[in-house]
Design a protein around this ligand. Structure first.
Ligand SMILES: [Zn+2]
Length: 272
């Protein structure tokens, strides 16, 4: 048998994070992977579901690794070998962390087109998932991603200073109308300002500039976490207009009784 020379010639190594997978034919899988080379791209993995597949275990949900394959910016990409792959262990065991990891990946999926290099976003997402896996607060990590992805959705709130006068030494509020912060002196310019407390404002401003690799430990009270959730939801609802299944799931999850002790579920394995 003659092997496809072209395929070998174009094979390259890349880092990847499994975003989601779906069945394709009886034994094959379509796997969407966030790569550090060409951003998000769809891979066809032949025989992945066949017992003894060498690639199958490397493309499980919640997995990241180093792969060799052919990356095609037009059409399907292929994996030739899994060089080193590892599951995010905690994320795969914890339904809450799993839900947020799924949401973060879905958000990125909506924000950008496939097959285009995403620059620093591979690092950001990779660091975010590692932090969540290592025990960081999954809501806070997701909030940071949400705030920092806004510009990709064409929304660029002004977080540095008052939109109207440029001051940054007075108490702020957020204005949907002006798409950013307004200072106390200009509160009257927006009757529908969000009436946020200064702690919530503080974290929103932090989240807009914080680097994922600089996060050690962020302590946010439950009340402030609730407020952050409300304001970020409002910005997304009104300015982005996104309806993700994974976000709906998180909203439903939040409404469950806090003390529910659920058996961990490992498999939220579905595309949006
Ligand atoms: Zn002002």
């Amino acid at each position: 048998m003659i092997r496809g020379v072209d395929k070998v010639a174009t094979s390259q190594e890349f880092n990847g994070i499994i975003m989601y997978r779906r069945d394709y034919k009886e034994r094959d899988l379509l796997v969407k992977i966030l790569t550090d080379q060409i951003g998000k791209t769809m891979f066809m993995v032949k025989d992945a579901k066949k017992r003894g597949s060498r690639i199958g275990p490397g493309v499980l949900p919640n997995t990241h690794g180093r792969y060799a394959g052919s990356l095609n910016q037009t059409g399907m990409s292929f994996i030739n070998a899994v060089l080193d792959a590892e599951q995010y262990f905690t994320i795969s065991q914890d339904i809450f962390k799993n839900a947020y990891a799924t949401y973060i990946l879905a958000l990125l999926d909506s924000a950008y087109q496939d097959n285009q290099p995403l620059g620093h976003w591979f690092e950001i997402i990779s660091n975010a998932l590692t932090l969540i896996d290592e025990g960081a607060d999954e809501q806070i990590i997701a909030n940071i991603i949400e705030i920092q992805l806004l510009s990709a959705f064409g929304v660029q709130p002004e977080w540095r200073q008052c939109v109207v006068c440029g001051r940054n030494d007075l108490p702020f509020d957020y204005s949907m109308k002006y798409n950013g912060l307004i200072c106390q002196q200009h509160f009257s310019m927006d009757l529908h300002r969000l009436h946020l407390d200064q702690k919530t404002i503080f974290f929103l401003r932090q989240f807009s500039v914080i680097k994922m690799d600089q996060i050690n430990n962020i302590n946010v009270s439950d009340v402030t976490k609730k407020n952050l959730r409300i304001v970020i939801d409002q910005i997304y609802d009104e300015s982005v207009g996104l309806k993700l299944k994974s976000k709906k799931f998180i909203d439903e999850m939040d409404s469950w009784s806090d003390k529910l002790t659920l058996k961990p579920r490992t498999n939220i394995d579905k595309p949006e």
